[in-house]
Design a protein around this ligand. Structure first.
Ligand SMILES: C[S@@+](CC[C@H](N)C(=O)[O-])C[C@H]1O[C@@H](n2cnc3c(N)ncnc32)[C@H](O)[C@@H]1O
Length: 273
């Protein structure tokens, strides 16, 4: 696999494009472990974002019924089409943040790190069973951080409102060509059952997490403009806010359910729509 990759690189005189997050996996074991984690069989339809030079795609095509691989770099799309003859892989040329997704039930990708956040939230708007994803380590740690943790952030809250997220493996820089400046990690995402998923008002979450170490009451005071309130407006509602659930809790300790309690209170008080 490694030999094949480097022979393609030298055949086409390729230089990795760092603007597109091109760091190609060169360790077969990591690829195999991720394919195993996805528990694929011929009924599975896999979405891969950023097939690159096809090393992961090749392993996926051997285990899944169908693979859709979305690649933005036209030059790589041409190489993939020329170098491989997969019967069950469809390469889609385009930006994974914009192209229409085909139907799929699993996702396996070594993601371009520049789009980690928007692509993860895009995934979470779809129905799927499981995603096995490689992210920058620091991003992965924030995704899985629990309320009260040092890394617990808006990202942790928004991801965990919709899905179970587990960091299952750290990956060192030497596993990629070219070597990235940061370590990476594998995260397994499983959407929660529909009834347990929580839709949160993104604007409220943003307003709260601008001041993650403050109490909820203090954070909303400091971010009142984000709720559409001017100073006078905030003064008028300040008294009722002290009855708000979790008012004295620190923002970085809030669970998604608690943020929903706050949102419902603000809606009932006419402060949020
Ligand atoms: C980290 S590399 C992974 C390559 C390959 N899967 C591997 O593991 O060796 C990320 C890939 O995503 C592609 N890419 C970057 N931005 C993209 C986007 N917005 N939509 C689709 N592909 C993108 C890059 O061209 C690159 O091939």
């Amino acid at each position: 696999m490694r030999e094949r990759l480097f022979s393609i690189i030298s055949k086409y005189g390729l230089k990795a494009n760092s603007d597109l997050g091109q760091n190609f996996l060169i360790v077969p074991d990591i690829i195999e472990r991720n394919v195993e984690r996805a528990e694929l069989d011929e009924k599975d339809v896999v979405l891969e974002v950023g097939p690159g030079l096809g090393v992961l795609t090749d392993a996926l095509s051997r285990s899944a019924g169908k693979v859709y691989a979305i690649e933005k770099d036209r030059r790589l799309v041409e190489i993939l089409r020329r170098e491989y003859d997969w019967p069950n892989v469809e390469i889609i040329e385009g930006d994974a943040l914009r192209v229409e997704f085909p139907e799929f039930n699993k996702i396996v990708s070594n993601l371009p790190y520049q789009i980690s956040s928007p692509i993860t939230f895009r995934f979470l708007r779809y129905e799927f069973e499981k995603a096995v994803l490689i992210y920058q380590l620091e991003f992965a740690q924030r995704m899985v951080a629990k309320p009260g943790d040092r890394n617990y952030s808006r990202l942790s809250l928004m991801v965990q409102a919709k899905a179970y997220a587990e960091l299952v493996e750290r990956i060192g820089r030497g596993a990629f060509w070219p070597r990235p400046k940061v370590d990476s990690a594998v995260v397994v995402l499983e959407p929660k059952p529909r009834g347990e998923r929580i839709e949160l008002d993104e604007n409220l979450v943003r307003a709260l997490f601008q001041h993650r170490r403050s109490t909820v009451l203090a954070a909303l005071r400091k971010s009142h403009h984000m709720l559409g309130l001017d100073r006078e407006g905030f003064k008028r509602v300040r008294k009722s806010l002290s009855d708000m659930p979790h008012a004295e809790k620190r923002v970085f300790q809030l669970t998604p359910v608690e943020v929903k309690d706050i949102e419902e209170f603000l809606v009932a008080e006419g402060i949020l729509d």
